[in-house]
Design a protein around this ligand. Structure first.
Ligand code: EPU
Length: 295
């Protein structure tokens, strides 16, 4: 008898996770489900909790390092129509997106409809739910400031709404960690589509010149220390080009580790630890991880 028989969602077993990550690294999920609705999601979460099964929520897999073996838990992927749809509310100047919608899709729709406020985030990979969870952003701009409301399901499978009164964001962090985000409502304002387009294009251009966007990576590996830059420190510490197996510290931007072939979790962790140690030895600063690790 299946553990998930009361959930109304197909739960597959032993599913390879590397293809779901931008790094292309990692082993398998013991269980893997793509719920079609919020109530299916809630049922899966409640069943996992009841049976003491560890839960992993997959966004765009763009900030994620998955371990090499089999993850003994349920991976929930919010890839169905319900979780990917994006709507524009012209009257209230807001965008309502399913948490699994790619951030780029949200930004493109805003641009098309002449809504400004999201240009700073052009080129950020992953989903809007993942971006909200980790308060993704660029220098001086984080998505948290634009978020009006977030729909969530808690670990007991109960739906709820977080709004400006109970949402908290700091650098690359939010208070949404022990919840599954289902939707995100964003504040935008009217502007000319051609101006929005040119702001997005110049940011994407800058990124393509300074980041290894043509290689498999998870974006920046470490958070920037206060008033400092992890990329600059790693570069000055002489780590560019360092390699463990097929995991390599990028020559283009030192805070990126690229998968140069068949990098494993073990290779990548070894390299991360070597870099941390070297920066600590040189500058007495312990770099903190920005990426999430699933073990
Ligand atoms: N630098 C070097 N060598 C390098 C990389 C950077 O000397 O190898 C120097 C740059 O020349 C610059 C400084 O370090 O003087 C900062 O570099 P950059 O402008 O690239 O910004 P960053 O702080 O490294 C942050 C975000 C990026 C975001 C960019 C662009 C973090 C950890 N990183 O990078 O976000 O794309 O600003 O706004 O906050 C991510 O979070 O995954 C990410 C890529």
């Amino acid at each position: 008898m299946s553990l998930w028989q009361n959930c109304n969602t197909t739960v597959r077993e032993n599913i390879a996770l590397a293809p779901f990550t931008t790094w292309g690294i990692g082993g398998k999920a013991r269980w893997f489900a793509e719920p079609q609705t919020v109530s299916e999601l809630a049922a899966l979460i409640a069943e996992a909790e009841l049976n003491d099964v560890r839960l992993y929520v997959l966004g765009g897999g763009s900030n994620l390092l998955v371990s090499d073996g089999v993850l003994d838990g349920l991976v929930i992927c919010l890839s169905s129509y319900e979780f990917k749809k994006v709507e524009v509310d012209d009257y209230h100047c807001q965008i309502i997106a399913g948490s699994g919608a790619p951030f780029t899709k949200v930004i493109n729709l805003a641009k098309e409809k002449g809504f400004s406020g999201l240009e700073y985030f052009a080129g950020i990979p992953g989903t809007i739910g993942g971006a909200a969870l980790m308060n993704a952003g660029t220098k001086g701009h984080a998505i948290g400031l634009r978020i009006k409301e977030v729909g969530v399901v808690d670990m007991a499978g109960r739906f709820g709404i977080y709004n400006r009164n109970n949402l908290f964001f700091t650098y690359r962090q939010s208070n949404l960690n022990d919840l599954v985000i289902t939707s995100v409502k964003l504040d935008v304002r009217k502007d000319l589509p051609e101006l929005i387009e040119s702001r997005c294009a110049s940011l994407i251009q800058k990124k393509s010149e300074t980041q290894p966007l043509d290689q498999k990576s998870a974006g920046c590996v470490f958070k920037n220390p206060v008033k400092n830059s992890a990329g600059l420190l790693i570069d000055k510490a002489g780590c560019k080009g360092w390699r463990e197996g097929d995991a390599v510290v990028s020559e283009v931007h030192a805070n990126f580790i690229v998968n140069d072939g068949k990098a494993t979790y073990a290779d990548t962790m070894k390299l991360i630890e070597r870099v941390q140690k070297q920066v600590y030895l040189k500058f007495n600063i312990m770099l903190e991880l920005e990426i999430k690790i699933w073990i």
